[in-house]
Design a protein around this ligand. Structure first.
Ligand code: FES
Length: 114
């Protein structure tokens, strides 16, 4: 199990993402305007660009380079040019502590099938 405390909820700005490391994985931790927190692999599937540098809007994160967007709940691309989903990791919030578990994921391949 790779579950780690990665942030304080109060340090996450709604509508923004930050990069955190869990085990050896780089993770984009995004807080929606409504307060929900999501974690996805911090690598755009179109090219090797950090998604945590992109914009968070509603349930999506948008890559700053070419505008691909990904659903933060499923990892599925919602805007081209990316066509491959990103991995989604389990997030839990306990009080002010935010945890990410990189062993529990909505796998990109699973997301592609559904
Ligand atoms: S690198 Fe992300 S859309 Fe091209």
């Amino acid at each position: 199990m790779t579950r780690e405390r990665v942030a304080s909820l109060n340090d996450l700005t709604p509508g923004e993402a930050v990069q955190v490391r869990v085990g050896g994985e780089l993770v984009a931790l995004a807080r929606q305007a409504n307060g929900d927190v999501h974690a996805v692999a911090d690598l755009c599937t179109h090219a090797a660009v950090s998604l945590s540098e992109g914009m968070v809007e509603d349930c999506t994160i948008e890559c700053w380079l070419h505008g691909s967007a990904f659903d933060l709940r499923t990892g599925k691309p919602t805007a081209l040019p990316a066509i491959t989903p990103v991995d989604v990791y389990a997030v839990s919030v306990e009080g002010d502590d935010v945890y990410v578990d990189t062993d529990v994921i909505v796998n990109a391949e699973t997301a592609k099938e559904n």
